[in-house]
Design a protein around this ligand. Sequence first.
Ligand code: GLU
Length: 424
Amino acid sequence: MLLETTASVDQEVNPWESAAHRFDEAAELLGLDDGMRKVLKRPAMELSVNFPVVLDDGRIEVFTGYRVQHSIARGPAKGGIRFAPDVSLDEVRALAAWMTWKCAVVNIPFGGGKGGVICEPHLLSDGELERITRRYTAEISEFIGPERDVPAPDVNTNEQTMAWIMDTYSMHQRHTVTAVVTGKPLELGGSRGRPEATGRGCMFVSIQALRKLGLPVEGARVVIQGFGNVGGMAARLMSRAGFRIVCIVEWDGAVYNPRGLDIEALTKYRSETGSVRGFPGAGDMDKDEALLLDCDILIPAARENVITSSNADRINAKILCEGANGPTTFVADSILAEKKVFVIPDILANAGGVTVSYFEWVQDRQGYFWTEERVNEELEEIMVASFDAVTHYAERHSVNNRTAAYMLALDRVANAIRRRGLYA
Ligand code: GLU
């Protein structure tokens, strides 16, 4: 474990280093041969595009976008597209690999991919965002498709973004292709339950973890970082289910009430004021301190590198449920293990989103749409079965949950590649 003791800060926070480190550890424990390691480690395809867009004031700006397909061994590449100023190729690579492992953990027939565009979405108008999305789609359109690579929403992208991608791709094909993206609006072939799916999945695995630790769901104290696609939905669903959401942590501050926050009221307050800060009926708190609160479940549901060597030893949660991708660095992993925090790793905890994306893709291809009850029931079945598979694997092989999830996933993908054989 050389990197664990000597990792530089750069190595620790580079998502690709984190992904590679965890891959190496799982591959070693599985006894994967050298050739297979080489195949699985590097992304199968990396596309980088620079494209011009006319801004509202008439200026031309050139944007950089990526689409990485890490693996298509088990099916089409699958994974979201994020818009953010700090998107990098290394980040998209790591996220693409995590999608491969995530789809394998929940055993849905997809490989892994990810995309990103370097931009500052909050400073762009809707028209500018639409032009960026459409031009980026045109640039990557030869590489995506229902059988090839199926994008979805991620950080700062949403149903509307997916509608633009679907429309642009369809215009190029000269017919409507709904299954080219998931996370679409309902009226364009979206699935019921998709917007809530990642948060709902976090809730299902949190319930399983509480049961495993012999703790009650009713009144379980939850701290959630992020109040968007994942964190906002998890907060809403979990507070309705009897959890006590004691703290919401956002990029500009946190609000805390040990008796539990009124999430509906907080949602309304945030949409009116643009911030959670100053919410009546709760105290404001420092956002870094908030992650260290004594609680039953901590759900980081924002970005990477939130739990690092600088705060892991002060985490006071019994359960860490990773709603975001890569919120914990590999150095922090071993600190959390020593503290006996029960970790539900990202590739399991946040797999509810891609699982319902799979349902959406199936529904689009069949042209037959499910009820929300059916979506939620089938999601629960998959999340609970995957949680059991990972935790039993961990117990059987005396490894932590994250390593177990990686080992299970690597083994499934490696088996698919062995069965297919290499074409040469
Ligand atoms: N962006 C989500 C994730 O990281 C969803 C991906 C998808 O539905 O394809 O899992």
